[in-house]
Design a protein around this ligand. Structure first.
Ligand SMILES: NC(=O)c1ccc[n+]([C@@H]2O[C@H](COP(=O)([O-])OP(=O)(O)OC[C@H]3O[C@@H](n4cnc5c(N)ncnc54)[C@H](O)[C@@H]3O)[C@@H](O)[C@H]2O)c1
Length: 301
């Protein structure tokens, strides 16, 4: 198949692009390089440097499906500037959908987030749990999901929404970085204090990047309207992740206690039973193995 990957120069998009190419698909990456980097894009893919709000029509020629990963992702920034997130993520996606409609490309897989659930009432979180985001980033994802449902209902789009829990792994180089695992590893390798919010008491579901990327390939031929959680189904307390990193490194560094952070929820982890039943996907890489590979990556850069 020929797949257009938006945001393919970013952390997750570059892994998905490589995995698609390795599985024999043809890939066109669209990225405005606001966060992503050219060097992240596999040389076998075609890179179109463009904003999703204004993709050249010719880019869609021969495209079977779009994997839409482009977006701004920093929760605290979205709390400071919700309009920026509505403009880039929500309006940007509607512009993309309109470009797809004109080009008669009607298959889309969308990178959504566990943020759409806000603070869950029950754990593990299933896909039919209420959507009530706690921050503007999550609200942008929920709004996009609603538009995708409307495009499925009105224009026969095949829509697959993947709600990621907490992806991590080699190549995670956001600027600024707000995610726990890369920040813990970078600080520990530099023998600097570990930046820790909420005393590390939060529970999260850390999903290794290769497992996450594989889910996109597995859902390529889904039709209709589908929503799937992508997680390991195992909630881990953040301070346990830190201890595992210290164990792997064989030393500890002090903690820099940063207190509370707006927009965070106390605990979430996924039920991914639905995706397992539909396509047989399940996470394979455990936390220890994933952390080792991630530490190796950060040692090498
Ligand atoms: N990383 C996570 O923890 C996480 C969790 C849940 C969901 N997601 C979603 O997964 C997707 C990828 O996340 P990531 O971690 O790889 O982020 P990333 O910042 O590394 O990648 C996003 C890419 O989108 C590009 N982009 C942003 N706005 C654009 C626009 N208007 N037009 C064209 N390109 C644009 C950026 O340049 C960047 O390369 C995002 O949609 C994100 O919301 C990520």
């Amino acid at each position: 198949m020929k797949i257009l990957v938006t945001g393919g120069a970013g952390f997750i998009g570059s892994h998905v692009t490589r995995m698609l190419l390795n599985s024999g698909h043809e890939v066109v990456v669209v990225d405005n390089l606001s966060q992503g980097k050219k060097e992240n894009v596999d040389k076998r893919a075609q890179l179109v440097v463009a904003d999703i709000r204004n993709i050249p029509e010719s880019t869609f020629k021969g495209v079977d499906s779009v994997i839409h990963m482009a977006g701004l992702i920093i929760v605290p920034e979205s709390v400071k500037d919700p309009v920026k997130y509505a403009d880039n993520n929500v309006i940007g996606t509607i512009d993309l959908l309109e470009s797809m409609r004109k080009a008669n490309v009607k298959n889309i897989i969308f990178s959504s987030s566990a943020c759409v659930y806000g603070a869950p009432k029950t754990l593990p979180i299933k896909e039919d749990a209420p959507v009530h985001p706690d921050n503007p980033y999550g609200a942008s994802k929920a709004a996009i999901e609603s538009f995708l449902q409307a495009y499925n209902a009105n224009f026969d789009f095949n829509v697959t929404i993947l709600r990621y829990f907490n992806p991590y792994g080699p190549g995670e180089m956001h600027e600024p970085e707000t995610h726990a695992i890369p920040n813990f590893i970078k600080a520990a390798l530099a023998k600097k204090p570990i930046p820790l919010y909420w005393n590390g008491e939060q529970t999260r579901d850390f999903i290794y990047i290769e497992d996450l990327a594989r889910a996109h390939i597995d859902v390529l031929s889904q039709t209709g309207h589908n929503i799937f959680n992508i997680g390991t189904e195992k909630g881990v307390v953040v301070k346990e992740v830190l201890n595992e990193i210290f164990n792997i490194l064989g030393y500890k560094v002090p903690i820099d206690n940063l207190g509370k952070r707006p927009g965070d929820v106390q605990a979430n982890y996924a039920s991914s039973e639905k995706l397992k039943k539909s396509v047989g996907w399940q996470a394979k890489v455990d936390l220890k193995e994933g952390l080792k590979k991630t530490i190796d990556f950060f040692r090498s850069v």
